[in-house]
Design a protein around this ligand. Structure first.
Ligand code: GDP
Ligand code: MG
Length: 274
């Protein structure tokens, strides 16, 4: 039977492991990444049409602009197309109450042009918190498949499995144009590497700054980083901050259109979203 790689990616405490358990049941094993103490959870989920999903429960991360070893595992998994774990489909797990912050990571992964599903977890809380979400509009605006799930209540899991089974139909268009981070710099990058993904090049460069060279695709190996060196830690921080601002502009615009909270019921939630 055919087998595909599925990575569960998301902020800490969004329910990745709960969802992983729902998808894999007892078909799972826990190990470590080679050379480091970061835990590696893998499992198998049988899908329709003889398809088998090899599921990886990646460490929680807030952003691909990594600051820890745990998080760099996520970036490395996404940068190396030849690695055993490279995802055929990424499932970004978000929780409904922190959706704004969760979407930051989603837009970054989407910009790598990996087929991506957005699984919005903890849907069981929506009614009590008086939250409504226009899923269709959200799918159109994000160029992606969106599935509402509750790992706790075992709801939406089959919808998620169906979405994974149909991963080949997923749109791989980015949501945010990375060039606006620094138009002059990205124009130079584009000229030197016309066929590469700009955001992926950007991640390779910034990852090198933080962690030294990591394994990656052949195409991205040849990068002459010297001519694209980021001069200082301050410059890197400034550009990464700019990236965050640009992404949140997009996300705020999106949430205004698709998310509604009945404020008479949910003051504390409102303050988290604003
Ligand atoms: P991870 O850090 O992303 O792996 O998240 P976990 O799976 O460890 O879950 C974090 C917390 O959220 C735990 O307390 C879970 O019981 C809870 N949780 C997970 N899924 C759901 C859900 O669908 N609904 C609710 N209400 N809580 C959930
Ligand atoms: Mg976990």
């Amino acid at each position: 039977s055919r087998s595909i790689n599925v990575s569960l990616i998301g902020n800490p405490n969004t329910g990745k492991t709960s969802l992983f358990n729902r998808l894999t049941g007892l078909n799972q094993k826990v190990g470590n990444y080679p050379g480091i103490t970061v835990e590696k959870k893998e499992g198998v989920c049988k899908l329709d049409r003889g398809l088998k999903a090899h599921i990886l429960d990646l460490p929680g991360t807030y952003s691909l602009n990594t600051s820890s070893l745990d998080e760099s595992v996520v970036v490395e998994t996404l940068l190396n197309r030849n690695s055993r774990d490279f995802p055929d489909v990424a499932v970004v797990v978000s929780d409904i109450e922190n959706i704004k912050r969760n979407l930051l990571l989603f837009t970054q992964i989407k910009d790598l042009e990996i087929p991506t599903i957005l699984a919005i977890n903890m849907a069981d809380r929506m009614q009590r918190k008086a939250i409504t979400l226009d899923i269709e509009l959200m799918e159109a605006e994000l160029n992606t498949k969106v599935v509402l799930v509750s790992a706790r209540k075992n709801q939406g899991i089959n919808d998620l499995k169906d979405a994974i089974t149909q991963y080949k139909t997923l749109n791989t268009q980015p949501c945010v144009n990375a060039s606006v981070i620094d138009p002059e710099y990205f124009a130079r990058l584009k000229k030197a590497y016309p066929h590469q993904l700009l955001y992926k090049l950007w991640l390779v460069i910034t990852q090198d700054v933080n962690f030294g060279k990591v394994e990656r695709d052949r195409d991205y190996e040849k990068l002459k980083t010297s001519s694209f060196d980021i001069k200082s830690e301050e410059d890197l921080k400034r550009l990464q901050h700019k990236e965050t601002v640009v992404r949140y502009q997009f996300i705020n615009g999106l949430l205004k259109k698709v998310l509604h909270v009945d404020t008479s019921h949910a003051k504390d939630l409102r303050s988290k979203l604003d």
